[in-house]
Design a binder for this molecule. Structure first.
Ligand code: ATP
Length: 308
């Protein structure tokens, strides 16, 4: 089969994200078998006992092969079921690495990552994939129709299921505006979608999959104001009644998060709700002030443009 990466700005496909999408979409049987043969995955068929939909890091330290420094050092947090945990911090701080460890693109060198109270290394990969959905920035969509891409998440979905998921993800409108609607091939000339639209399709797919845990790497700067409102509405729908780990790039998204973890140089340096971290007046408060001034500039530009 052919896979096209439709990340924003034609960003280079990251192998680990590619692998995750394959597995998430049940296209990774061969890959999974190879990992099993290599003894790196527990056998399927014996599902592990998962207590609930929690996600926990217990003193996790991790470094990428060949790297001369740890990407994560002693990371500990607990994401309770049906709560939103936001990861924020400077570029290269380790936010994506946290997300990658939850879905076992890599394993912790020290400490443990637990889902439902069980070490992810003890959870058969297929079971983990049934419980966790991933919505990444470099959203992978197959060179196929919108419908086929959505159906990968739930092969027996009815047309009504597909439409309901797309409406909830604020994708139905732009999909039906494509020349062939749900039958349009994604990525073909004339059907190029913006980064925000692609992420909304990925959210529709996660909604269809219906898992109780979602790991979301929020789309960034390419989202225009109109798209941003729709994307925010889609995210709000997705996070309802689920355990969500969100890598947030626009801080306005996460002011209501149950906990915000500030990741800096591979460590969690601050943890709390928005108001707590503003009062603490450390890195998060600095980031918030910087974010607000950028928003003001953007708003000023929008007003200026609207001004005849
Ligand atoms: P950004 O906001 O820019 O996506 P991030 O906070 O998500 O950054 P990570 O991508 O988790 O940061 O990276 C943490 C550290 O690990 C960085 O120093 C990065 O250069 C390094 N790193 C990330 N991926 C790899 C990889 N595949 N191989 C080696 N080093 C990596």
């Amino acid at each position: 089969f052919f896979v096209i990466g439709l990340g924003y700005g034609g960003s280079v496909v990251k192998l680990q994200d590619f692998a995750a999408q394959l597995t998430v979409l049940s296209y990774g049987a061969q890959l999974i078998n190879e990992l099993k043969d290599a003894g790196e995955l527990p056998e399927a068929g014996h599902d592990a006992e998962l207590r609930d939909a929690s996600v926990e890091f217990s003193d996790v330290t991790f470094s990428y092969d060949g790297a001369d420094r740890d990407a994560l050092t002693g990371v500990t947090f607990h994401a309770a079921p049906s709560t939103v945990t936001a990861l924020v911090g400077p570029s290269g701080a380790g936010k994506s690495t946290v997300a990658r460890l939850i879905c076992r693109f890599f394993d912790a060198r020290e400490g443990a990552v637990l889902v439902g109270g069980t070490d992810v290394k003890e959870i058969p990969f297929s079971q983990l994939m049934r419980h966790v959905s991933f919505v990444f920035q470099e959203t992978f969509l197959f060179d196929d129709t919108v419908e086929a891409n959505l159906r990968l998440a739930k092969p027996d979905a009815t047309d009504a299921d597909l439409e309901a998921a797309c409406r909830a993800a604020r994708a139905h409108e732009f999909v039906t505006a494509l020349p062939d609607g749900y039958q349009s091939r994604i990525g073909q000339h004339g059907n190029r979608l913006s980064g925000g639209e692609l992420q909304r399709l990925a959210i529709a797919r996660a909604l269809l999959k219906g898992t109780d845990i979602v790991v979301l790497d929020e789309a960034t700067a390419f989202v225009d104001p109109e798209n941003e409102v729709a994307l925010q509405a889609a995210i709000d729908t997705l996070v309802t009644d689920r355990t969500v780990i969100i890598i947030a790039h626009r801080l306005s998204t996460i002011t209501g998060a149950d906990q915000i973890l500030v990741v800096d140089d591979g460590r969690i340096t601050e943890c709390g709700r928005h108001e707590d971290l503003i009062s603490a007046d450390c890195l998060y408060a600095d980031m918030w002030r910087a974010f607000q001034s950028t928003e003001r500039i953007a708003l000023g530009e929008a007003v200026h443009k609207a001004d005849p």
